[in-house]
Design a protein around this ligand. Structure first.
Ligand SMILES: [Zn+2]
Length: 349
């Protein structure tokens, strides 16, 4: 039966347009104008994207199971203390799902590729907001609870999320209508300043991460004396932090494939390792958050500001609507002129 299904052909780096080429990946590229069916079928053959998809698609189900467990086991409708965890778990389901969809359908066309990754960036920003909301509610060190920083922490995190979604989208093509339109053939700023796009994108993800983690870094690395919240959770927070730095390192350096171009095209290249480390990091982060949540419940409910709709689900909804608006704005020039089916980027090869 399986032999009746014809799997799509794969190509080498010189046979695909520049927008599809990945640093130090030589072979295993899918056709740059694949149909949706071919994109789905390609998940069952080995291409340089196959493991990128599965390393995020399978964890989505694990995180969804965690979310459903909380919804079923806890009194989420009446117990506002669980809401930050719900938002965080939702963001943990959204980011790997958006990423696996982006990796699956990114070879339908050059424009589709850009739009797919705009959604991927929006989902990653949403995940950073989910982390900030739980950190504010459960992880903030005792001494910082009710401080001025704590008061503005979520508002700043929402602002960062919006700025960083826009910055990550900008890093692909520049500003919509001003730097690119439907017939764009070059990637701005990457085409003019190749390093700028990469630096902007790395900054768009590391900046909110570093901001969100200020209370945690202070708690586990700097704090001494009273108000530090020293408990058994700190070591789990350290595992998560180490994995987060490893994840960032892999994304930024393109190791190991840079050392041996072509050797890791299908298995073991940096993007797959980046996904795997990110997911394991999220797993430890989730574990630490749940531990802090239950260990500190009584103290936090006595001392911390109350958890409200606006600093949990409200902030998340605001972020989702604005991020979708930003993605729409950046996608708009790519969606216009539906009558024109020719993709100049693809034709260029
Ligand atoms: Zn990815």
């Amino acid at each position: 039966m399986l032999s009746l299904i014809k799997l799509p052909r794969v190509f080498n780096v010189h046979q695909v347009p520049k927008a599809f080429q990945e640093d130090s990946i030589i072979s295993g590229y899918r056709h740059p104008r694949s149909s949706a069916t071919d994109c789905v079928l390609s998940l069952f053959q080995l291409t340089n994207e196959t493991l990128n998809v599965w390393t995020h698609f399978l964890p989505t189900w694990y995180f969804l199971w965690k979310l459903l467990t909380v919804v079923c086991m806890q009194d989420v409708w009446n117990d506002a203390y669980t809401w930050p965890l719900l938002v965080y778990l939702l963001s943990c389901c959204v980011y790997p799902l958006a990423s696996s969809c982006a990796h699956t359908f990114s070879t339908m066309s050059t424009r589709a590729r850009h739009i797919c990754f705009f959604f991927d960036y929006g989902a990653l920003s949403f995940y950073s907001l989910g982390s900030a909301i739980t950190y504010s509610a459960y992880v903030m060190p005792d001494g910082w609870v009710n401080s001025t920083f704590h008061k503005y922490y979520i508002s700043i995190a929402v602002f960062n999320t919006i700025i960083c979604t826009a910055m990550a989208c900008y890093s692909r093509l520049g500003l919509p209508f001003l730097h690119y339109n439907h017939d764009i053939t070059e990637r701005f700023p990457e085409s003019q300043r190749p390093k700028l796009g990469k630096v902007l994108r790395i900054s768009a993800f590391t900046y909110p991460y570093l901001f969100d983690n200020i209370p945690l870094f202070y708690r586990i690395f700097l704090c001494a004396g009273e108000g530090c919240t020293v408990n058994e959770v700190n070591s789990v927070h350290v595992y998560h932090t180490l994995l987060a730095f490893l994840t960032g390192f892999l994304f930024a350096t393109h190791l190991p494939e840079r050392l041996a171009p072509g050797r890791f095209d299908y298995i073991g290249h940096s993007h797959q390792l980046f996904h795997v480390c990110g997911v394991i990091g999220t797993h430890f982060q989730m574990q630490a958050i749940e531990m802090d949540m239950s260990l500190r419940r009584a103290w936090l409910q006595d001392h911390a500001p109350p958890v409200t709709f606006s600093n949990t689900l409200g902030a998340a909804l605001l972020c989702i609507f604005i991020s979708l608006g930003i993605i729409f704005l950046f996608s708009r020039p790519l969606l216009r002129h539906p009558a024109s089916s020719r993709d100049p980027c693809t034709a260029r090869k």
